[in-house]
Design a protein around this ligand. Structure first.
Ligand SMILES: *Cc1c(COP(=O)(O)O)cnc(C)c1O
Length: 487
């Protein structure tokens, strides 16, 4: 079946998957969604026999239907190779009663690698298929992890340029060091005085700025996005929900065909939405537990039906989830209603910062405060020696609350989104208060000693690398910056 994509906000313009990937965002400011979500065309039992790559192929070919089999195989083979430190790509770690799907074995040690190691290939292939002659400029707003993963993915990819905006004071020291030391002729990294929402909103605005787009088109540039607003980010994320299920069955923690829960540490709602798509495609998903930190807009939304960003923005120890405007929620709203309704609530969100939308489905909102997050890291390490990063710990603490509340004993997988080394300073502090004053880079060594694990090679000696990107700008200066940069 051929799947076409349309905007969540209603324009009747249908595009192919490859066109949606090149464009990144629809012209009306909406996000591309599949007109219908395809169902798997293989018996579910098959997934236990497949490697990650085989599974990726069998899932992606159902969604990205205008790519040929050879094109998809090329993209998948190029993405999921030695860049990952395990052949499993996304191993399941069963620790006591918990199951962690470890999505941090790629080059930037966070889950963004799962999609951003394939997106550049999907995009390059899409550009050729659609006769795009212009240079593709990837504009990316990051809460810390997307930026680095996108930079690694696109560095020195011919025909592309990448500009990354990150909140100057809103990312961890390791995250910042990873980005500002990025090599590659076509890379550009810029700090902004503002938070992630400021960066994301400004970038989205540029995508729909027809004047700027026309001007740059003349100079030979078109924009695209590496954020999870790009359907090319979302589709590859569906794969690992099937993969987690297969590993749970193989580990004897689940019977084939039975239902499963996933608990997902959530920011922009991309990761968990991929789990929702996996369920619609035929994976037996019972509940999706959406875990938030103190910026618990989504928790309140799933509990009350009101999405409201009129609140204090809190900087937490899980910075990649410090988000009030979760872009991909728009896709869920579309699937649960229609484009007219979605358009209305999105305009309410931008005019008054809130909207109401009754939700009855498989999502449950939970959240964890900073002390709860620290306690989760501390306790699990004390009991088992397993170290979670701060984001995964938000999910673990949230799942424990869910369990206490519901007594739902459906087998559960906690989606683990980053290596503890990426947030070593806070992780150590959680393990033992005596590490409170350890410097962020020294913390890597200390964590290695304390946990008996090795510092992942991508961040070994990161503080000694040369800083190549030093620009910092005001949050309302993004447009000017992009314009001047490409002139
Ligand atoms: C991006 C990120 C998240 C949030 O994922 P979304 O898809 O934005 O919901 C959670 N944890 C880590 C470590 C991340 O990098």
């Amino acid at each position: 079946m051929n799947i076409m994509f349309r905007s969540t906000r209603g324009s009747k313009n249908y595009v192919t998957a490859s066109q949606a990937i090149v464009k990144g965002i629809a012209e009306d400011g909406g996000l591309y969604v599949p007109e219908n979500i395809p169902h798997i065309d293989f018996p579910l039992e098959e997934i236990t026999k497949w490697s990650y790559k085989e599974l990726a192929y069998n899932v992606l070919k159902l969604i990205l239907t205008d790519y040929t089999g050879d094109e998809l195989k090329y993209c998948i083979d190029s993405a999921y190779d030695e860049k990952f430190d395990t052949e499993l790509i996304a191993p399941l770690a069963s620790v006591g009663d918990n199951n962690f799907l470890e999505l941090f074995h790629g080059r930037t040690i966070a889950f963004k690698d799962m999609a951003l190691s394939i997106l550049p290939y999907l995009l390059k292939t899409a550009a050729v298929k659609n006769g795009v002659k212009e240079n593709i400029v990837i504009l990316t707003a990051t809460s810390g992890d997307t930026g680095k993963a996108a930079l690694e993915g696109f560095a020195d990819v011919e025909g592309t340029q990448i500009i990354v905006f990150f909140p100057e004071d809103g990312v961890s020291d390791v995250q910042k060091a990873q980005m500002v030391t990025q090599q590659g002729e076509n890379t550009c990294v810029v700090g902004i005085r503002g938070n992630f929402d400021d960066a994301q909103t400004a970038v989205k605005k540029i995508f729909t700025d027809n004047e700027l787009k026309a001007e740059l088109k003349e100079k030979g540039y078109v924009f695209s996005s590496a954020n999870s607003i790009n359907i090319g980010r979302l589709a590859p994320q569906i794969v690992y929900y099937f993969y987690a299920y297969a590993q749970m069955v193989k580990a004897g923690r689940l019977s084939m065909g039975d239902k499963i829960n996933f608990t997902v540490p959530t920011g922009n709602f991309g990761n968990i939405l991929a789990g929702y798509y996996a369920g619609k495609m035929g994976l037996p998903v019972n509940r999706l537990i959406c875990a938030s930190n103190d910026n618990k807009v989504l928790y309140d939304f799933f509990r009350t039906g009101k999405y409201d960003i009129n609140r204090e923005f809190t900087v937490t120890v899980s910075p990649s989830m410090d988000i009030l405007i979760s872009s991909n929620l728009e896709r869920l709203l579309y699937h649960l209603s229609n484009s007219d309704r979605t358009k209305t609530v999105m305009s309410e969100l931008s005019s008054k910062g809130s909207y109401e939308f009754g939700i009855e489905d498989e999502f449950t909102g939970e959240y964890a405060t900073i002390p709860e997050t620290f306690k989760a890291i501390h306790d699990l390490f004390a009991e088992t020696g397993y170290v979670m990063d701060t984001h995964t710990a938000v999910a673990k603490a949230s799942y424990d609350k869910y369990l206490a509340e519901t007594k739902d004993n459906t087998p559960n997988v906690i989606v683990s989104t980053a290596s503890p080394y990426k947030f070593a300073k806070d992780v150590l502090k959680a393990i033992d208060g005596k590490y409170d004053n350890v410097d962020a880079f020294k913390a890597l060594e200390v964590l290695s000693e304390v946990s008996g694990t090795e510092i992942p090679s991508p961040i070994k000696g990161i503080d000694k690398r040369e800083v190549l990107h030093k620009t910092v700008i005001d949050r309302d200066a993004l447009r000017e910056f992009v314009k001047n940069k490409l002139n």
